[in-house]
Design a protein around this ligand. Structure first.
Ligand code: ADP
Length: 529
């Protein structure tokens, strides 16, 4: 279909494929909005790779198209990095890391902290431009990018700046039973892991780059970052900001390209010491396999199918309903922690379903750049097919679509926010991550039984609980197998709060001081006195 982003699964990504959406399409007027001159200028030139401080074309000379998901129209061409570019970027990062006299390695922790702080400041200085670029590339409302994605990205760098001076080891009194009378002075130091490969997704392109690069810089590592092919633009703009802040050449390299080529080459590279990945559980497993060659360290932030549990004694039903709607519809449901399984105690089930459905119906769909848009398009044609495919599957399996369940408009990748009831626990819409604005609601009777149902998932990323009974809240939170449990709130993120998954939702944590452990090695030094 002309203008729509071609699918990439199983075939070369740019091979046009027929569009297979089967759900009904409801009309949607989509105004055309031109980006600002500043953003147009950024988009007017083919965006190159950042390797060793130089902006350069891919070794192959290839480029790929980036699309506006609100219209399906091409907005930019970006260098398509491949294995050769990954090799060059890893070599650049390695050269810096291995040179003790390099400016990056002689910089004091305090200087490094100030540099990282400056990145946060520059992000805020360019907030409007970054929000606009993010909205155009990803489809999210610009207003949301301005109050969430951009300030959270800046805050992550500001938070991490403080850690550069606080990466301490311990002094350890040791006994050594086989050396009676001997004296030792033993201590640990925290050292950077080395060259890190980072692969990020398209749902929060700038923020995911910040989550990844912040700890890399705080701990003194060097990095090759591969943004998602759907949304490479803000990471490339961030590369310019890093240079403006004074990050030395070769410390941060950015290689745009496809997952199956550039991403796979980075994950498998023998000279990469650690790979950090955020994306689907399916690709996460491939990363683990690729990393086995040199046993590089691996951290993964993967999918979810998070239970959001509302007890009948919830404090304020109206606020709870708004919270449950936002838990699934924020960022068009394209959140790994989306509250996609909504469990509601029977007495208030009808009220909650009605309220969440009314909230869904009231959401104003439109292009991200329109000031009154509350929900933009899904990110891509592939994602549109995925989400509408689940809508079909649910309806075919006999579930009840209370509202939504349709594609909206016939250009761009819009779908209606959707509420489904009467689904069985074995249906794909209940078990699998949809990554779209689709919530499956189900009533429960027994506050004990609901914990087991909440945990009945291969995932364990997040969970929500709504109750005014504080003991029940603690009891339930303690038993939910999830990396984050929100009580009487949802989707609350902070640079200081660790985020990551139990079970197949991942390995390790992003943010907080926990992430720093995953970017450092601990060296034990023992001196005989
Ligand atoms: P989605 O399916 O939602 O697009 P993915 O997990 O496929 O999410 O993508 C997340 C990131 O992983 C992207 O940067 C993508 O390019 C990358 N990626 C995809 N496939 C691979 C792979 N085989 N090896 C390494 N990276 C990959």
């Amino acid at each position: 279909m002309k203008g729509l982003r071609p699918r990439r699964a199983g075939v070369h990504w740019r091979q046009p494929q027929p569009h297979k959406t089967m759900v009904a399409t409801a009309p949607l007027e989509i105004p055309e909005i031109n980006p600002s001159p500043r953003v147009q200028e950024f988009l007017s030139a083919t965006r190159p790779l950042l390797i060793n401080g130089e902006w350069k074309a891919a070794a192959s000379g290839e480029t790929f198209a980036v699309y506006n998901p609100a219209s399906g129209a091409e907005i930019a061409q970006v260098a398509e990095g491949g294995a050769e570019d990954i090799n060059q970027a890893v070599a650049a990062a390695r050269k810096v890391f291995d040179d003790p006299s390099h400016a990056w390695n002689t910089m004091t922790p305090s200087e490094r902290g100030k540099l990282i702080w400056k990145i946060g400041d520059l992000i805020l200085e360019h907030a409007d431009e970054l929000a606009e670029l993010e909205s155009l590339d990803n489809g999210k409302p610009m207003g949301v990018a301005k109050v969430a994605d951009v300030p959270l990205s800046a805050d992550l760098f500001h938070y991490m700046a403080g850690w550069a001076t606080k990466l301490e080891g311990n002094t350890i009194p040791i006994s050594v039973p086989y050396a009676p009378g001997a004296k030792f002075h033993a201590f640990t130091v925290r050292e950077p892991v080395g060259v890190v490969g980072q692969i990020i997704p398209w749902n929060f392109p700038l923020l995911m780059a910040a989550w990844k690069l912040g700890p890399v810089l705080a701990t003194g590592n060097c990095v090759v970052l591969k943004p998602a092919e759907q949304t490479p633009l803000t990471a490339l703009r961030l590369g310019e900001i890093l240079q403006e802040a004074g990050v030395p050449d070769g410390v941060v390299n950015i290689v745009t390209g496809m997952g199956e080529t550039a991403g796979a080459a980075l994950a498998a590279h023998d000279d990469v010491d650690k790979v950090a990945f955020t994306g689907s559980t399916e690709v996460g497993k491939m990363i683990v396999n690729a990393a086995a060659g040199n046993l590089k360290k691996v951290t993964l932030e993967l999918g979810g199918k998070s239970p959001n549990i509302i007890f009948k004694d919830t404090d304020d039903l109206e606020a709870t309903i708004a919270g449950a709607a936002s838990a699934i519809f924020f960022n068009h449901g394209q959140c790994c922690c989306a509250g996609s399984r909504l469990y509601v105690e029977k007495d208030i089930f009808d009220d909650v379903v009605q309220g969440v459905s009314a909230a869904a119906d009231a959401i104003k769909l439109g292009p991200g750049l329109a000031a009154d848009t509350e929900m933009g398009p899904l990110v891509s044609d592939e994602q549109l097919e995925r989400v509408t495919g689940y809508m079909n599957a649910g309806q075919e399996a006999g579930a009840n679509c209370v509202t939504g369940g349709t594609r909206r408009g016939d250009s761009g990748y819009f779908v209606s926010p959707t509420v489904i009831t009467d689904a069985r626990d074995d249906m794909s819409i209940v078990r699998e991550e949809i990554f779209g604005p689709v919530v499956v609601a189900d009533p429960f009777d027994d506050p004990e039984e609901i914990i087991a149902r909440g945990n009945d998932s291969t995932y364990g990323l997040a969970a929500g609980i709504w109750t005014r009974d504080i003991a029940k809240a603690h009891r339930t939170a303690a038993r939910l197998r999830a990396g984050t449990v929100w009580v009487n709130c949802y989707n609350i993120f902070d640079a200081a709060l660790p985020f990551g998954g139990y079970k197949q939702s991942g390995w390790g944590r992003e943010m907080g001081h926990e992430v720093l452990d995953l970017y450092t090695e601990t060296k034990a030094v023992c001196l005989g006195l």
